[in-house]
Design a protein around this ligand. Structure first.
Ligand code: PEP
Ligand code: MG
Length: 754
């Protein structure tokens, strides 16, 4: 059964449109279950009807033209119940409806299962037989398993169908794709789709006029791969047996004009670009091999794919990395990385859209820092069809609109105007202190990582830096930066903010922050070698960085604070402190006029919450990294769009932990800040102020909105809100209540929608 499921899903995945996918489903289900009919109905756009979409056994000519309202017939009954309906004789069921056009009068037995994607019923898949009989448990289980696996594929195919490539783009209807808010703001622009190198699955369809050019590119690539294969064979000739070496000949043969190469050239001659033609041919061959019963032959599919990837890598190299971007680039990708972001000139980059990730992914955090509207986790977005298409990125609601129509364009233009007016209205707050109406002072600092953040932050009235993410500099290089290189960069930053506090975090890599030149391969990267764990294991990296930080402040006069990420036990603090003191002593011995920096710890792991008191006794300050703390407390991956709804900053357990940390820090009379995204949420900032957080550190974009919120409430009122919230047991209830209080105070416009 597993084998059949695997094959059906593979075939459906390879289908290039919804009709193709549905036809494969009904064919294969009918065949493998041996039923007389198999049919799929899907819900229409506003979920009011079920449309007859594909069938084997019923009347094919009614496909697309028959539909049932959502309270008619057994189909809607399955959808309503959201569970399987297994009937020996469907015609006697009270919900049975006879629809003449469909031609189901001879059928009695009925087994229907709902197709559900993200809690939403997309449609119903059912099988039927002429004679009355009850389907057995294994048949029911098969259909349920298949439907659960196919739901995502169908949702994707439905979305893709709306963007048929063959159609002239001007005549395409607008489509909306839901995702998660990555970075706020609205952007209009042209999609530029980026792919990780040499991934055949993600090569888009594209037609070209210069057929000769594509043919030449392809032939050069094929020749290079042939040479490589010959070389590999020669190198291994003394270590492999002749029959094993035969594999290389087989590879060379596959690349012959009479095989893969010839088929690709044929498609290029029809106007396909070389990469797309290659993908089509390879996919077809792989599918053929994988459909074979013989396990040896099935494995050959892997060889063909490998060959395809090799040729693709050459093609992508020969076309070179993209060096020209439209002035209104919306960068689109399956998974975007900070380096992809860095490859687009800042003045061309208008927005970001990623199929994976969430608002707490690091690339989203960078986008927020740069003020680039972004949508993450747009899971159903068919990126392969979007190249050069017009898009609107709605970073307020977390959605992407492809081929927007005039109404949508007007709507979003108005939203942009309203947003600009709001920001203009906040300008006057820049120079005013951040305090509640009864004079309780809260420090508003900024999170930085790029030099360009500094000017913007100071312009918005930042009083210090609460988190300088040093890894951003490391990510833009192709090797570890030297102590001297680091010193130069840190110095610029310290100079820009002097004489304010500047909190520099030691290298925090691992998790979703990778360095190309220091790969970390782990099954569970977020629970693995991250942050302080890496740098304590590599004191040479840690020492060079700390020396660079301390030296960078020589004669500058900023107040340098060094902060340690991902601490989970006091021994890490002790070890790190020893290394920092060693650096300081050595620098003095070298005759440098440097000051000992303040040392602090990020509280972002649950164990550190419980040991906050032990930790603060050892250092000068604490700062909560709520992005990671929430992920680790709630066991919700901050990058996973699938569980993004469960990533809740108002979760009662999170609020309880945040309060406990205040008690620990203030119990030792030491200052406490918070530098996760939560600090930049105006509603949450009211709760944090009431708890007693001394410093809120955020992206500069949010600074004036948070200041407005804090300047609107008095501390006693904020504390009343907090006390009420701390008695609640549900994050949604808390959000509703706090946002309600914000609205009452006239702050409805600065409430975050999600
Ligand atoms: C955090 O975890 O809240 C934090 C500020 O660090 P980062 O987002 O860089 O992991
Ligand atoms: Mg963190």
């Amino acid at each position: 059964m597993l084998e059949i499921l695997r094959r059906v899903i593979q075939e459906v995945n390879a289908a290039r449109d919804l009709t193709g996918a549905l036809n494969i489903i009904v064919d294969r289900v009918q065949e493998s279950m041996g039923t007389q009919a198999c049919t799929v109905y899907l819900t229409n756009d506003d979920d009011t009807r079920y449309v007859f979409m594909a069938t084997r056994g019923l009347n094919q000519s009614a496909v697309g033209s028959v539909s049932l309202s959502n309270d008619e017939g057994l189909v809607s009954y399955v959808g309503e119940r959201a569970e399987p309906v297994n009937l020996e004789n469907a015609t006697t069921h009270p919900r049975y409806l006879f629809v003449e056009a469909v031609g189901e009068e001879p059928y009695k037995a009925f087994l229907g299962v709902p197709i559900i994607h993200h809690r939403k019923v997309l449609g119903v898949l059912f099988v039927q037989d002429r004679h009355a009989r009850k389907y057995d448990e294994s048949e029911e289980a098969f259909l349920i398993t298949l439907s659960a696996q196919l739901a995502g594929v169908i949702a994707h195919a439905e979305a893709t169908g709306a963007l048929n490539v063959e159609t002239d783009s001007a005549s395409l209807p607008a489509s909306k794709f839901r995702g998660k808010v990555g970075a706020p703001g609205i952007a209009f622009g042209t999609a530029v789709v980026v792919y990780p190198e040499a991934n055949l699955n993600t090569v888009p369809e594209r037609k070209v006029a210069n057929i000769d050019g594509e043919l030449t590119l392809f032939r050069v690539a094929i020749n290079e791969v042939r040479d490589e294969i010959r070389e590999m064979g020669a190198k291994l000739s003394d270590r492999l047996k002749p029959e094993e070496l035969g594999l290389f000949d087989a590879y060379l043969h596959m690349l012959d004009d009479s095989a893969i190469a010839g088929e690709v050239e044929e498609l290029i001659l029809q106007g396909h670009w070389a990469q797309g033609a290659l993908r089509r041919v390879i996919e077809l061959h792989v599918a053929n091999f994988e459909a074979m019963d013989d396990s040896y032959l099935r494995e050959r599919g892997t060889d063909v794919r490998d060959l395809g990837q090799r040729v693709l890598a050459k093609l992508q190299f020969s076309t070179g990395g993209r060096d020209k971007f439209p002035r209104d680039t919306i960068l689109v990708g399956d998974e975007l990385t900070p380096s992809m972001l860095a490859s687009v000139p800042r003045d061309c980059l208008k927005g970001l859209v990623a199929v994976r990730g969430s608002g707490s992914s690091h690339v989203a955090i960078l986008a927020k820092a740069m003020g680039v509207p972004s949508v993450m986790g747009a899971e159903d977005l068919p990126i392969e069809l979007l190249e050069e298409k017009p898009l609107i990125v709605d970073g307020q609601e977390g959605q992407v609109i492809t081929h927007p129509n005039e109404d949508q364009i007007r709507f979003y233009q108005n939203l942009i105007k309203e947003e600009e007016a709001l920001i203009e209205g906040l300008e006057e707050l820049k120079t005013l202190p951040c305090k509640t109406t009864d004079g309780h002072r809260v420090r508003l600092w900024v999170n930085t990582g790029l030099m360009s953040d500094a000017a913007k932050s100071l312009d918005r009235g930042a009083e210090g830096v609460g988190l300088y993410r040093t890894e951003v500099h490391f990510m833009t290089k192709d090797r570890f930066p030297t102590e001297e290189e680091q010193k130069t960069i840190y110095r610029e930053h310290l100079q820009a903010f002097s004489p304010r506090n500047v909190t520099m975090r030691t290298l925090d890599i691992g998790g979703d922050k990778a360095l190309s030149y220091f790969p970390i391969e782990e099954a569970n990267p977020f629970l693995g070698w991250r942050g302080i764990r890496v740098t304590l294991d590599h004191p040479e990296i840690f020492l060079a960085q700390v020396r660079a930080m301390i030296r960078a402040n020589e004669g500058v006069g900023a107040f340098l604070r060094i902060m340690l990420p991902m601490v989970s036990s006091v021994s890490e603090v002790d070890e790190a402190k020893k290394l920092i003191s060693k650096c300081y002593r050595e620098l003095l011995e070298e005759g440098r006029k440097v000051d000992m920096p303040a040392v602090g710890v990020m509280i972002e792991v649950p164990s550190a919450v419980y040991q906050a008191r032990d930790i603060i006794k050892r250092v000068d300050f604490l700062s909560v990294g709520s992005n990671d703390l929430i992920q680790y407390m709630l066991a919700v991956d901050r990058n996973n769009a699938q569980v993004a709804e469960l990533y809740q900053e108002y979760h009662p357990a999170v609020l309880g932990a945040l309060k406990q940390i205040v008690e620990a820090a203030h119990g030792e009379n030491k200052p406490l800040g918070i530098c996760g995204e939560m600090a930049g949420n105006p509603s949450a900032a009211i709760l944090l102020t009431a708890m007693g957080y001394d410093v809120l550190s955020m992206n500069s974009t949010n600074l004036l909105m948070v200041k407005l919120a804090i300047r609107t409430f008095d501390l006693a009122k904020a504390k009343r809100i907090l006390n009420k919230v701390l008695k609640m047991d549900d994050a949604k209830e808390i959000k509703l209540y706090v946002d309600g209080q914000m609205r009452k105070a006239g702050l409805g416009k600065i409430i975050r929608t999600n």
